[in-house]
Design a protein around this ligand. Structure first.
Ligand code: NAD
Length: 353
């Protein structure tokens, strides 16, 4: 069973270090604790998260929320505000928000004055366990997701579990898919915890949130430490994403949340692994049951298999005609393998019925 563990950890990320702090109060409490009287930092929030940071008295810029704001105009607004506030090389950007906001603010921090310090205060579960950690920053460009960006780890990550109180149930559930993925990638204790403390996790009980975030971050940290720039093992973090991204684009972005699509994608990846004689049956059943237990749909009825296949051709993990997928032998044993097309089609047929 998971132990409450530490509340302050330093993780190597590339040649940098990200310090992760867990805060038991509110975002305002954390800002007061860490940045009282701060004038050399620009706070970046969006209209949904700005109400969480009213205690901050330094310069602030508030962006529009959501994926459509993940564009140059937002980065430019951050840079303009930093300039207007006289933020210098010793300055800092503090981002309070979901994955979009964290990606944008960290990107702006990485290019302003060739890079200033950056604190991320993620306020969605997905951003806490994934987007805000690992050093990938960026924005969408030319109609393509995350086309422009940098590798630039924040030096400080402040997790405030209480900030999730205002998050919609669907956004919270979406983040849970990445938590389940983390457990599948390499944490049997977290897997067991999700099974046994299901109610506490679903109810966002603060200590349960702290445990799942802490454990998920540790899994991601161990992968990122071995492969910061995604030339090898970091691809394992894409478990479920080849199927999931294709479903998201075929169904129309926003129809399925990212987490719902990834959860469906992980079930497809388990099916495909079983089909290929690679994935342990018992493990596949337990993992699919865990995914289902958190209310994720494991069927995508009516979705056109041909369209999903075509969307997967555009996925960056498809090279020279062969379909490559992140699959698992069992918990913690993950590989990128080429899969025969007929097996992929069989899985898609059964998961879209
Ligand atoms: N950099 C990475 O490694 C990485 C990894 C995974 C995902 N991402 C990126 O993360 C983004 C998705 O992030 P997301 O799922 O957090 O979505 P998001 O940032 O769009 O946030 C979802 C919504 O919740 C609102 N919100 C945020 N915190 C809230 C709170 N506490 N209470 C109420 N509302 C709140 C936001 O304003 C937004 O409307 C994508 O752009 C994706 O590319 C990046």
């Amino acid at each position: 069973m998971c132990d409450p563990g530490v509340t302050h950890t330093r993780y190597p990320v590339g040649s940098a270090v990200t310090e992760v702090h867990f805060s038991v109060g509110t975002v305002n409490d954390a800002l007061r604790e860490y940045y009282r009287d701060e004038r050399r930092a620009l706070l970046v929030a969006d209209t949904n998260t700005a109400p969480l940071c009213t205690a901050y008295e330094g310069p602030t810029v508030v962006l529009q929320p959501g994926e459509t704001a993940k564009q140059w105009a937002s980065v430019s607004a951050i840079l303009d505000s930093a300039l207007a506030a006289g933020i210098g090389r010793d300055g800092r950007i503090i981002a309070v928000g979901g994955g979009v906001l964290c990606d944008l603010a960290a990107f702006a921090a990485s290019i302003y004055l060739r890079g200033i310090s950056c604190t991320l205060v993620p306020t969605t579960l997905l951003a806490m366990v994934d987007a805000a950690f690992g050093g990938k920053t960026g924005m969408n460009y030319g109609g393509l997701k995350n086309m422009v960006g940098t590798f630039y780890p924040s030096d400080m990550l402040i997790i405030v579990p209480q900030s999730l109180d205002t998050l919609s149930p669907r956004e919270y559930q979406s983040g849970l898919a990445e938590v389940i993925k983390s457990a599948m990638l390499g944490d049997q204790d977290l897997f067991n915890f999700l099974q046994h403390a299901h109610g506490r996790v679903a109810a966002r009980e603060m200590e349960a949130v702290r445990i799942i975030v802490e454990r998920s971050l540790a899994v991601k940290a161990s992968v990122v430490e071995r492969d910061f720039t995604e030339t090898g093992v970091r691809a394992s973090l894409n478990l479920g994403h080849t199927f999931g991204h294709a479903l998201e684009s075929v169904a129309g972005f926003g129809t399925w949340t990212h987490g719902e699509a990834v959860a469906w994608g992980m079930v497809c990846a388990l099916d495909l692994g079983v089909q290929m004689g690679m994935t342990d049956h018992g493990y596949a059943e337990a993992a699919a049951a865990l995914i289902e237990s958190f209310g994720f749909p494991t069927q995508a009825p009516g979705v056109a298999v041909d369209a999903v296949l075509e969307a997967m051709q555009h996925d960056k993990k498809v090279t020279s005609g062969s379909m490559r997928f992140v699959l698992q032998r069992r918990l913690g044993a993950t590989e990128v393998v080429a899969a025969p097309l007929d097996a992929v089609i069989e899985v898609l047929n059964s998961r879209t019925a």
